[in-house]
Design a binder for this molecule. Structure first.
Ligand code: 1GP
Length: 244
């Protein structure tokens, strides 16, 4: 089954959780173990991506190790680095709509699009919107960050994604952010769009996850939480808050 179909079916049943694994943070074998735990506690999908310059080899080995350990889909999140993994189930075809640099909106995409087509890589079109603090991805992507109180701007970009025909809107506070995207902003965006809403960055606890979900996130992405001790229990409580 295509990942798009899988996600559509999952969304019919309720909130979806995605575990982000950064190949620069641990060895491939450990990444495989983390992914396995994530699946065990109920995560629906694994996303592999990094804002650090992960070498091609580390990326490929991590992708393989993760694929070996899980049966849920594993997809690739490109983040502007030179490495790319095409051996996964799909690739998030992200356009960073509020970047000041065309490279992150469409130029890099145009360079790899034909290769993706020839290799029959499944692509999932996503309008990626960076919200303060944006962290490293906001910096690297030269984002014109949406300030945390500017709901109108967030709505404008989210509707732009929808009108452009993208499948998802992704509000991103950045990997390692101290706080998630504000609940008020999620609510305001959700009220206006009719495509599913992905929210990530700064979600560490069940309380954060519940708040983000109740505000309207259809898909919740967490990364950092699995990099710390006690991650199994933390992830479990995030998952039960999301799926309750
Ligand atoms: C994915 O960048 C997030 O959207 C992950 O952020 O590491 O803060 O969970 P955290």
């Amino acid at each position: 089954m295509k990942v798009k179909e899988y996600l559509k079916n999952k969304l019919k049943q309720g909130a979806v959780h995605i575990t982000l694994i950064d190949p620069s943070r641990q060895l491939p074998e450990a990444a495989g173990r983390l992914a396995h735990t994530a699946q065990e506690v109920g995560s629906d999908l694994v996303l592999i991506g990094s804002t650090s310059s992960t070498g091609q080899r580390a990326l490929m080995e991590t992708a393989e190790a993760v694929k070996e350990k899980v049966t849920i889909p594993v997809i690739y999140l490109p983040s502007g680095s030179e490495s790319i993994s095409l051996n996964l189930d799909a690739l998030l075809f992200l356009s960073m709509l509020n970047s000041r640099n065309a490279r992150f909106i469409s130029t890099t995409h145009a360079r790899i699009a034909l290769v993706l087509k020839r290799l029959c890589v499944e692509t999932i079109p996503v309008g990626y919107i960076l919200v303060e603090p944006g962290m490293k991805i906001g910096e690297l992507g030269e984002a014109d960050l949406i300030t945390r109180d500017n709901f109108w701007k967030a709505i404008g970009y989210a509707l732009t994604a929808e009108f452009m025909g993208m499948d998802y809107v992704y509000l991103e506070a950045g990997n390692g952010a101290a706080q998630p995207v504000p609940a008020g902003m999620i609510r305001a965006v959700k009220r206006e769009i009719s495509i599913p809403l992905i929210v990530g960055g700064g979600i560490r606890t069940a309380i954060d996850a519940r708040r983000v979900r109740q505000a309207g996130a259809d898909i919740v992405v967490t990364g950092t939480v699995i990099e710390n001790a006690g991650y199994r229990e933390r992830l479990r409580s995030i998952l039960s808050a999301l799926k309750e």
